[in-house]
Design a protein around this ligand. Structure first.
Ligand code: C2E
Ligand code: MG
Ligand code: MG
Length: 513
């Protein structure tokens, strides 16, 4: 039954009731007329009055019918408008799926009959699609994904879009195993390539699953917390656990704090010398960011870089580090210290279309040659989207900036692949260097990496040099540069010049001893 016909029923019942009353009264009147022989008694002027009344009654019936048709038409059109309004109030304009409030209503209703697992799907890197390709392609992508979810998920699944790139699925009457299966299915749907206006887009998604919650809103919130955790851990599907709540609250505070910290200049950059093994000279430093937190003190990058990468704060953060590092470079030069500075670049940084231009502007403003800057990328960054990475790296390299591969050995890239990148330096991860004096296989890895890299024309830096023995050994193996606590820890700008002088003196003495 349609909504319109069900809402017309009361009107129809009322008309029927009234018609029934008229028929009953007419029959009663007919009976009375027969019993009292009324036609015989109605003569003269009374008969005329009755005739007149009968005629006017006939007219009333004709006009009444027309009036009732008008009323009915008006009612139907008002009903259609009302239904349209109701539809819009409950559905998302772009995809036609249920919106957040309608989904909550459906969820509350469905929960009266039993448990309802909730899935929340969030697209990874959708912001990049919008930023790089524009909102119309972003919108078209959302419509296509909504269509696929509608046609490929089980028919009893209730689908909604909660806004942005977030979709929700209710699975009334299903259990956890079913919910996890549908979640995997939904991610497979999201992950298939989509062609929009001639561009092939390949996105991944994360999915949070919530099975229990005291209210519908709680369930939705739990799914939200779970999707956040899924994104964080790159886990694909994650089922909500109560312990996630505390984590996510802390995370949200961290994001807000970090945004403010970048704006208020709470990020500080420390510099760690990179020393040439052959003569103990410091030719450059690596810029390593820290957060001077008003309450927590100096916070290490491992605690906020991952969050920055996921929230788009990495752009402003990289800009702040670059600004600091190049300004420091300028001041060292003015003091007669010719140091190059290396800055770490994360995935998003690499695919940030405006980065090369912003660096060029900074260099020009500070009157520095591009050769005083090196950008460090990890192998995983380069592997993520090799085609595009190659293009961006070539553009940066063409401006004269040096490029290096950081943390070599921790990813899955082969040396042969890495040589296709326009990099000049390979930094061996500290996990191999720290243990090379104790673990023969680590030493072999370090030795063969140095040989292979040299064969490919790359300079090699060993990270994590913590002992004199490691320093000496790396010298014997022909490594080019070293970085590590035995040489110098990362330190504030003003300590770098004295530290470099003291270090060169110490190494000169140790060479002669
Ligand atoms: P990384 O680029 O590999 O930096 C070297 C890390 O090793 C630094 O940690 C440094 O303090 C540490 N290190 C240096 N020598 C030794 C040693 O002898 N022993 C040990 N155990 N560690 C040593 P830090 O400063 O905590 O930075 C950690 C990571 O955070 C960096 O690894 C880098 O990947 C990232 N990071 C730091 N600053 C930035 C930044 O400005 N942007 C981005 N995107 N990432 C950054
Ligand atoms: Mg580095
Ligand atoms: Mg490293």
């Amino acid at each position: 039954m349609t909504v319109g016909s069900s809402r017309l029923a009361p009107l129809r019942r009322r008309v029927l009731r009234e018609a029934l009353a008229v028929v009953t009264l007419t029959v009663l009147f007919g009976v009375a007329a027969v019993v009292w022989d009324l036609p015989e008694r109605l003569t003269g002027p009374v008969a005329h009055v009755v005739l007149l009344l009968a005629f006017s009654h006939l007219l009333m019936m004709v006009f009444g019918k027309r009036r009732s048709d008008d009323l009915k038409a008006e009612y139907l059109s008002r009903d259609a408008a009302e239904r349209d309004l109701l539809h819009r109030a409950r559905h998302d304009d772009l995809t036609g799926l249920l919106n957040r409030s309608a989904l909550l209503e459906e969820l509350s209703r469905a929960r009266e009959a039993g448990p309802v697992p909730v899935l929340l799907i969030d697209l990874d890197r959708f912001k990049d699609v919008n930023d790089v390709l524009g909102h119309s392609i972003g919108d078209a992508l959302l419509v296509r994904i909504a269509g696929r979810l509608r046609s490929e998920l089980p028919v009893d699944a209730v689908l909604g879009r909660l806004g942005g790139d977030e979709f929700a699925v209710l699975l009334p009457g299903r259990g956890q195993a079913d919910a996890e299966r549908v979640a995997e299915q939904a991610l497979a749907v999201v992950g298939r390539p989509v062609t929009v206006e001639g561009t092939v887009l390949e996105l991944e998604g994360s999915c949070g699953v919530a099975i229990e919650g005291d209210t519908a809103a709680d369930l939705l919130r739990h799914a939200d917390v779970a999707v956040y955790a899924a994104k964080e851990e790159h886990a694909g599907v994650t089922v909500y656990r109560p312990s996630m709540d505390a984590d996510s609250r802390a995370q949200l505070t961290l994001i807000a704090d970090l945004r403010r910290a970048i704006r208020d200049g709470e990020l500080v950059v420390h510099y760690q010398p990179r020393v040439r093994l052959s003569d103990g000279r410091t030719l450059g430093v690596e810029a390593l960011v820290r957060w001077q937190h008003p309450v927590r003190g100096l916070v290490p990058p491992s605690e906020f870089i991952p969050v920055a990468e996921q929230t788009g704060l990495i752009g402003p953060l990289t800009d702040a580090v670059l600004g600091n590092a190049l300004a420091a470079c300028r001041r060292w030069r003015e003091a007669g210290l010719d140091l190059t500075v290396a800055v770490n670049l994360s995935v998003r940084g690499l695919f940030d279309a405006g980065l090369a231009d912003r660096i060029a502007t900074l260099l020009r403003d500070l009157d520095l040659p591009a050769s005083c800057l090196e950008l460090e990328i990890t192998e995983s960054v380069a592997m993520r989207d090799p085609g595009r990475a190659l293009e961006v790296l070539h553009r940066l390299r063409d401006t004269g900036i040096a490029l290096s591969v950081d943390d070599y050995g921790t990813g899955h890239a082969s040396l042969a692949y890495l040589t296709r990148l326009p990099v000049g330096t390979l930094k061996i991860d500290r996990s191999f260097v720290q243990t090379m004096e104790l673990d023969a296989s680590d030493r072999t890895i370090v030795r063969s990496t140095i040989e292979l890299a040299h064969g490919l024309g790359l300079r090699v830096v060993a990270e994590g040099v913590e002992t004199r023995a490691a320093w000496d050994d790396l010298g014997r193996l022909g490594c080019d540069d070293a970085q590590g606590y035995w040489l110098a820890r990362p330190q504030p700008f003003e300590d770098v010049a004295p530290c470099v002088a003291a270090l060169e003196e110490r190494l000169a003495v140790s060479r002669t001893s």
